[in-house]
Design a protein around this ligand. Sequence first.
Ligand code: FES
Ligand code: MG
Length: 587
Amino acid sequence: DPLEPGTTRKGPDRKTAADLRSARWFGPADLRSFGHRSRAMQMGYSPEEWTGKPVIAIVNTWSDLNPCHVHFKQRVDDVKRGILMAGGFPVELPAISVSESYVKPTTMMYRNFLAMETEELLRSHPVDGAVLMGGCDKTTPGLLLGATSMNIPCIFLPAGPMLRGNWQGKVLGSGSDSWKYWDELRAGKITDQDWLGVEGGIARSYGTCMTMGTASTMTAIAEAVGMVLPGGSSIPAADAGHIRLASESGRRIVEMVWEDLTPQRIQSRASYENAIAVAMAMGCSTNAIIHLIAMARRAGQDIGLEDFERYSRRVPVIGNVRPSGNAYLMEDFFYAGGIRALMNEIREHLDLSCVTVTGKTVGENIEGARVYNSDVIRPTSNPIYGEGSLAVLKGNLAPDGCVIKPAAMDQKFLKHSGPAVVFDDYPSMKKAVEDEDYPFTPDTVMVLRNAGPQGGPGMPEWGMLPMPKKLLKMGLRDMLRMSDARMSGTSYGACVLHVAPESYIGGPLALLRNGDIVTLDVDARTINMEVSEEELARRRAEWKAPEPRYERGYGYMFSKHIQQANEGCDFDFLRTEFGAPVPEPAI
Ligand code: FES
Ligand code: MG
């Protein structure tokens, strides 16, 4: 490829119809192409409808069990309208929906499944470019991972956040308020009837979670990295602007094909650093770290935990959206100016020269963006959280790192020492937290292990370990917790997450015992167990690997190839540097 990153084929350099990838299927005067053409005609298309036109895949993650993507059934027609207007030929290719609400044991098992599916759908079909329709947590990284590896022009269409929840006139936020009112119910502060009201009011339109959970974090990252039309990630799913975004994405992708504006030309190291800066300013979900590392590495950019640590110390949280912020939701964020306004506020931390799907730079895309409510999008001089909204910790419990979110926890735990209460599996922990005689104290460091990428399996979002009932009744709402799991972006609390290497494969967390003193010092970025090297060596010699989680099927492949959290949990064989590039299929 003779073109430099960030350059596109403009003017006389643009692609011609003969250059189109799909022309290999439809063009030649041979028997195979006869088959492709006659089968297109079987579907009712005349040759005029496709000949010489970019074929645009619409990779749609709609399903009847994904409430966040319900509207994709209609939106796909809006995307098609845009593609047709611009002279392209749209084809819908459905992909696995990975619904955060229903998929078990955890959607994280299937992010890489969607990534593989996306890459292979695009490779195996006669398509020149793609609109990627996603938004519910893992769908955004899943689609982008695959599209980046395939590297034909792609644009991402985010599902958009749902409207604010409502119950008895109170605003409800996805996830965050379920945890909050669940604890209130357990503490006897609200009635069963109240709880039913919360259930009916918390999710009142289609669209993704409207807190700053993983969905809003990842779509913001997709936009910051340059893969979404400007401002697109902030538009609520139920806003008519979202329909217009869909058709505009369709119009734009056709041009991108002619310009040959591929994901790898857009996704430079600088654009990933922009994404990290934006994630920090948004008060992002901890899940962002895993997904962004995996995505960047597919684009050939070696992003690691240190980059998050660096930007976390530099960029304050200015998006006052729950759970980091205390008041607002994505709908308010949109009215306050949305992501373009936020990016404009932190422009000194961004590389404004990065190219995006518009073919223009980040600087051009955010030109003139304004904040309309400076309590929702704060000036950097009056942030929600000054610096270090996410912290990367290391120590003898996590030699390859782990993560905590100081912006969304009781600040008294930033420096803490306490005795460990350790659980090897979720059911025994669940039982213990309801048992008011279990020896929990306010100082206890509650630990769950075997909850990592292989152990979970799939690193479930268990990391906000439930508060023991006993402590809730004492009026406490936070305690230090630790696991190799993830936590939902809508969660909060003093939860150490993503411990690497995980305990299931013998990481040092596996050696911790009840009563050992665990010491956290967020300022120093350390997490340690106060256990001597000799004692740890003894325990290591005694340690036995647990039974395998899977002995056949997708789970088997998953456990053989999943990488640790600090490497982004990609499959080893999907990494760009794993082997020679996959050739185009023979036709
Ligand atoms: Fe789909 Fe939260 S459940 S975004
Ligand atoms: Mg989530």
